[in-house]
Design a binder for this molecule. Structure first.
Ligand SMILES: [Zn+2]
Length: 423
């Protein structure tokens, strides 16, 4: 039995609790209420662990590769460097990704995985995950071969589910999507990420020609229309930036879950996804950090703020996205997007004991007026005191030192990618 309390508890299934506690046992939450526990966090907030709706743990230290390049050359740099890694390097980097996720208060991740190393790393270090093994295939026979090869390398556990990721409508045919959806496992893809994608699909031209051997023939349709025959609640779609009003209505009508990645979309010059319009239309949207291949970090707090900045700037309205809405995107809504809402996403008795504790000591948001705004605008990984998954503490701020070896092995793998003689 564990019992934690803090100045504020944000259960996300109801109003904030001043002077609240969370009690859990056997990996599940037993009780949430008002009162003080033996382990009390002053000037801090307890909230559900963040659910990261889109990431690539295996790219945890790809930061800065090809920064400022157009999408074609960017992806080429990325692929060339990845090819220099050995399987043990991929695992080392994925382990770093897990540590950095826990350190940011993340307790569940939807991870699109090239090698499957993310599944091993997440299970070893105690992060809950759905690991979608990536396939890139025009021919579904090829998709089956890639899936079977990758699936044989990984193990499903009670904490880590294995899914499949047909990469994107410009690298996978509809038959490949149909094959993936027939497997009865979680399926995730990238959809309508950039105007480059639309240009290739419509006209067979533009910067994506840089990855020519991977491309499907142009479909003569935009991205959402290309996938229209397979869109449904089973297909998690990351990005959805280049979508118009009719396409948003279709995503809502088909109950297609969307992972919104505002920092990645901004840094790659892809644009700003119409998150307020999607939410208003009834689309289930979860927040995703994507990976350091395109964003600087797995920092959820930065992602929350980026979501708010981008939505308000795009719509020229201060109420386009509020702090409490943003927090929902990264917890309860992301859990719905992953179809895990009965298990995680809120501090509700019966759900898994996945939570994080964020200090507000010395922040301009303390004393607290609005605890959601304080966490969203005042929070950072440096302020995460503790992260608990399945009732077990997996990260503690004061024990940061224990991750030194994980960091140094991952750093040697990065040196190999950069072609450093020391590697
Ligand atoms: Zn991605």
């Amino acid at each position: 039995m564990s019992h934690l309390s803090a100045e504020w508890v944000l259960p996300l299934d109801g109003p904030p609790i001043r002077g609240g506690f969370v009690r859990y046992e056997g990996g599940r939450i037993v009780e949430v209420g008002e009162g003080r526990a033996e382990r009390h966090f002053d000037e801090a907030v307890i909230l559900p662990g963040f659910v990261n709706a889109h990431a690539h743990l295996e790219y945890a230290n790809y930061a800065g590769f090809g920064d400022g390049s157009p999408f074609g050359p960017w992806i080429r740099t990325h692929v060339d460097r990845k090819n220099r890694l050995r399987p043990e390097d991929m695992l080392a980097i994925a382990r770093l990704g897990v540590v950095d996720s826990l350190r940011s208060g993340i307790t569940t991740v939807a991870d699109y995985s090239f090698s499957g190393a993310a599944a091993t790393a997440a299970d070893d270090l105690g992060l809950r995950a759905i690991v979608y093994l990536e396939v890139f295939a025009v021919d579904p026979v090829d998709a089956r071969r890639q899936w079977e090869e990758k699936r044989a390398q990984v193990r499903e556990t009670h904490r880590v589910r294995i899914g499949v990721s047909p990469h994107a409508p410009y690298t996978c045919s509809l038959d490949t999507y149909r094959f993936c959806l027939s497997l009865g496992v979680p399926v995730g893809t990238h959809l309508a990420e950039s105007a480059n994608e639309t240009e290739w699909l419509l006209h067979g031209r533009g910067p994506l020609q840089g990855i020519a051997p991977l491309l499907v023939p142009p479909t003569g349709r935009r991205a959402v229309a290309t996938l229209e025959p397979v869109l449904g609640p089973e297909l998690l779609c990351a990005h959805c930036v280049d979508v118009d009003g009719r396409e948003i209505a279709l995503l809502a009508e088909r109950d297609v879950p969307v992972a919104h990645c505002p920092r990645s979309n901004a840094l790659l010059g892809c644009g700003i996804a119409p998150v307020a319009l999607m939410r208003d239309a009834g689309v289930v949207v979860g927040l995703g950090t994507d990976s350091p291949a395109s964003t600087p970090s797995f920092d959820v707090f930065e992602e929350l703020r980026a979501a708010i900045f981008a939505a308000r700037a795009r719509d020229q309205r201060a109420d386009a996205l509020g702090a409490a809405d943003a927090l929902a995107l990264a917890t309860v809504d992301a859990a719905r997007a992953l179809r895990l809402e009965s298990e995680v996403g809120t501090l509700t008795p019966g759900k898994r004991a996945d939570l994080t504790v964020v200090s507000l000591a010395g922040s301009p948001y303390h004393p607290v007026e609005d605890p959601a705004a304080a966490v969203v605008f005042g929070g950072s990984p440096e302020r995460v005191l503790e992260t608990v998954v399945d009732g077990r503490t997996r990260y503690r701020r004061q024990e940061e030192e224990q991750w030194r070896e994980v960091r140094s092995i991952a750093s040697a793998a990065r040196a190999r990618m950069l072609g450093s003689p020391a590697a």
